[in-house]
Design a protein around this ligand. Structure first.
Ligand code: CMC
Length: 399
């Protein structure tokens, strides 16, 4: 069907499946390219910083130097989080320890409290939305960092300022998590990963934020919905799930089993069990995810310089294993890795705790979500798909 308004939704066929098509000026995801507001992803990964990409997504154009320094200043100023959120993060320790909550759940609730405390929480006006986007962008790394400090049982890093004003967004995130300023190389790799994760048109979590925003609900509420959608292992949760799967393979085949038939056997068993291999496949990309090789190459370089990691195996061994798994998937199933596969390997090699991989994805995708929420609010029409009824035929309650 087709609704003829400024807000147009069409149903069309992708492969054998019906899907909803809408319009956006933010991002284009095609087999041959991934473009944020006219800039191609390889170009951005090589030549831009995450702060620049955030400006492009939120403010809609490439920043002039003075605009970028104004933007960075605004973000740095907003990094500290309110005491009530800190109190909640402290209280979340036992929940995280018992496993009733995982970091994505704690992040979702912390964002919800931020909303409750935001003086502009109820406004959907464009200027208020932009200010809220910047506050969310600034504060999500602080939530992740303080949460990790609570998990590790160390004092919170820089709670008064939300980090070190001399550090980039990516470097500050690592600093907040560990209390140690990262090497330029680690900061660069995380910066690139944030660029790659920032936006991807109507993926499930972004669509969720637009559906929520489309009811004229508020930005923080929409972002909470986005976080809940991203958490699932078929979406953003795949970066954690991919690493857990690799750990399982490594445990089963052992380091000496890499490069031998043992990995083939493990994979064959997984195929027989019809197991979904995490970090592989994509709803849109059928010939490979543009982002995956960019991160794989960087992660490989980091691994080559780091002799050991939390798994106790040499860091490069994880990439050796990952490449073997990729080759078998491609040879036997013709399925390519998506960005979450090299992301899991790369973050693991850098010693980042696995349960924080998807929260770090949020620290990046918040830019794309907020851009979409603003686009939706700016020209809104309720999103309301129509279901085809397949239940019982009409019958009488009282025969
Ligand atoms: N492992 C094993 N088989 C797979 C996989 C996989 N990862 N992905 C697809 N297939 C199979 C699928 O079972 C189907 O087989 P059959 O025809 O025998 O039923 C065939 O390949 C075609 O799959 P499809 O219908 O084109 O895949 P889809 O579009 O329904 O699903 C997906 C896309 C991402 C949900 C799926 O590939 C998947 O579950 N992957 C693992 C989770 C994952 O890595 N998610 C991250 C997605 S990308 C980045 C992000 O969002 O964060």
């Amino acid at each position: 069907f087709k609704q003829k308004t400024a807000y147009e939704i069409r149903l069309s066929l992708v492969g054998s499946e019906m899907c909803i098509r809408d319009r956006t000026a933010i991002c284009s995801v095609e087999q041959g390219s991934l473009i944020y507001r006219g800039y191609e992803i390889h170009d951005l990964a090589q030549n831009a910083t995450f702060e620049e990409v955030s400006f492009v997504l939120l403010e809609g154009r490439k920043p002039e130097p003075h605009e970028l320094s104004r933007f960075k200043g605004e973000i740095i100023k907003e990094r500290a989080i309110p005491g009530a959120v800190i109190d909640y993060l402290r209280a979340s320790g036992p929940m995280l320890k018992s496993g009733t909550a995982v970091p994505m759940d704690v992040l979702r609730t912390a964002v919800s409290i931020l909303g409750n405390l935001d003086p502009e929480s109820q406004s959907v006006a464009a200027d208020a939305n932009l200010r809220k986007s910047k506050r969310l962008l600034a504060r999500i790394p602080t939530i992740i960092g303080h949460m990790q400090n609570v998990i590790d049982g160390r004092p919170l890093v820089a709670p008064e300022t939300g980090g070190d004003a001399s550090l980039s967004h990516a470097a500050n995130l690592l600093y907040l998590m560990t209390g140690t300023k990262p090497s330029p190389e680690f900061a660069h790799v995380v910066d690139v990963s944030l660029i790659l994760y920032a936006e991807h048109d109507y993926n499930a979590s972004t669509f969720a934020t637009r559906v929520i925003a489309g009811t004229l609900s508020d930005m923080h509420g929409a972002v909470c919905g986005g976080i809940a959608a991203l958490k699932g292992p078929l979406h953003g949760g795949a970066n954690e799930a991919a690493m857990e799967m690799l750990k399982e393979i490594m445990q089963d085949v052992g380091e000496s089993g890499i490069g031998t038939k043992k990995v083939d056997d493990w994979m064959d068993d997984a195929f027989v069990q019809k197991r979904k291999l995490m970090g592989f496949g994509h709803r849109v990309y059928k010939n490979g995810d543009h982002r995956a090789p960019i991160l794989h190459k960087l992660g490989r370089q980091v691994a080559a310089k780091n002799t050991a990691n939390p798994g106790g195996h040499s860091a490069s061994k994880w990439f050796d294993l990952g490449e073997q798994v990729q080759k078998i998937m491609l040879d036997k199933k013709s399925i390519h890795p998506n960005v979450d596969f090299p992301c899991g390997l790369t973050y693991f090699t850098m010693g980042i705790p696995v349960p924080q991989y998807t929260p770090i994805f949020v620290a990046s995708r918040i830019t794309g979500w907020c851009a979409h929420i603003m686009e939706q609010h700016a020209d809104n029409r309720l999103i309301r798909p129509v279901a085809q009824y397949t239940g019982p035929a009409l019958k009488k309650w009282k025969a």
